[in-house]
Design a protein around this ligand. Structure first.
Ligand code: MG
Ligand code: MG
Length: 256
């Protein structure tokens, strides 16, 4: 991945633009969520998100993102054991799948980045519990994003919550600063030690993104060189929000 060189502090007016990018991003994710039914293809989800971005004069920072080869779509769609970076295509959703959709929006020169995992039709109680725990882990991290705390406080809160519920966090992929670039410092892993890491300051904007696996923390990458799956084939989930550190506390930017 390509990272900007330093942690950036955003002015209030820049955060306001990111809030708008985040709102558009939330609309795009909502459009994909409405389509989660058996028979819908992952390319359909990509088209729905692209349509929302286009209507709002925004583009996806995912498209063309440097990697083993430029990322070919505007969102990532990762199903069941696929943790992140699944490429949309002809695959059809099936009843009982859990689908992680990650979307970025570049608007007004700034990026918003957010993801959710949701079920197709009825899902197993185990899958439902995984989604509930992963989403709550994200919020456990978000509420620690206050000035004076450290990134380790946020990381540790996510890890503790996930592991207390018997699941695992990935070590290979992390949350990150976000702003004019999709990936800026600091990295904010989903594991860590309280009171360690960078001190959070007002004006930092960070995408927190717990990536949670049922079986083990280990992952591997499929032959398409992008799709990351759990090494043991167990179910995975991913929730993400872009959050600003403000004097008044954490401000989630990627909501409607
Ligand atoms: Mg993302
Ligand atoms: Mg991200």
């Amino acid at each position: 991945m390509v990272w900007a060189p330093r942690v950036t502090i955003k002015k209030p007016e820049e955060i306001a633009i990111m809030r708008e990018a985040g709102r558009i991003n939330a609309l795009a994710l909502a459009a994909t969520r409405e389509l989660l039914q058996p028979g819908v293809t992952t390319a359909d989800l990509n088209a729905a998100a692209e349509e929302v971005l286009r209507k709002h004069g925004a583009v996806s920072p995912f498209k063309g993102y440097p990697g083993p080869y430029p990322y070919p779509a505007s969102i990532t769609v990762s199903i069941n054991e696929e943790l992140v970076h699944g490429i949309p295509g002809k695959r059809k959703l099936k009843e009982g799948d859990i689908v992680s959709v990650d979307c970025g929006t570049l608007f007004g020169g700034f990026v918003a980045d957010s993801a959710y995992t949701a079920g197709v039709g009825e899902i197993s109680p185990e899958a439902q519990r995984l989604l509930t725990v992963t989403e709550q882990a994200l919020h456990e991290g978000i509420r620690r994003m206050v000035p004076g705390n450290r990134t380790g406080d946020v990381s540790a809160a996510i890890q503790r919550y996930v592991e207390r519920h018997g699941y695992h966090v990935t070590r290979e992929y992390t949350g990150h600063g976000v702003g004019r670039q999709m990936h800026e410092p600091p990295q904010v892993p989903n594991y860590g030690v309280p009171k360690r890491g960078l001190v959070l300051r007002r004006g930092m904007t960070i995408a927190l993104e717990p990536m949670v696996l049922i079986g083990t923390p280990h992952t591997r990458v499929l032959d398409d060189q992008w799709t990351v799956v759990s090494a043991d084939g167990s179910l995975t989930a991913h929730f993400e929000h872009t959050v600003a550190v403000t004097e008044g506390g954490p401000l989630i930017l990627t909501v409607l």
